[in-house]
Design a protein around this ligand. Sequence first.
Ligand code: 5GP
Ligand code: ZN
Length: 114
Amino acid sequence: MCDCLFCKIIAGEIPSEVVYEDEQVTAFRDINPVAPTHILIIPNKHIASINELTPEDESLVGHLFAAAKDLAKQEGIAESGYRLIINVGPHGGQEIYHLHLHLIGGHKMRHPMG
Ligand code: 5GP
Ligand code: ZN
């Protein structure tokens, strides 16, 4: 059994507000949103971080971004704009070691990043 929070969310063992899922990715609302729209898009396959990507994962990563684009439109923020963020490792601020793409929007982002 995978002892990973996001694997448990994919398996439905931990409740979440899923907004999109297909055979490759799952997207759900962040439990602690930093903006009106804050969605996490994750591969269904457990990949700990960008550091663990292999060449076979390249199309999967492309699919993560394609899902982000579609979800931005679905959320009505495609034209106003948004941020896509992947945190990697301790200095990157990664807290959950299952690769995830943050889709953040719905208000004007402050600078610097975050
Ligand atoms: P990271 O810092 O690893 O890039 O982002 C992890 C994100 O996961 C955070 O924004 C945090 O709010 C979110 N998160 C942590 N635990 C849960 C949970 O149980 N459910 C949901 N939906 N989001 C979570
Ligand atoms: Zn996982």
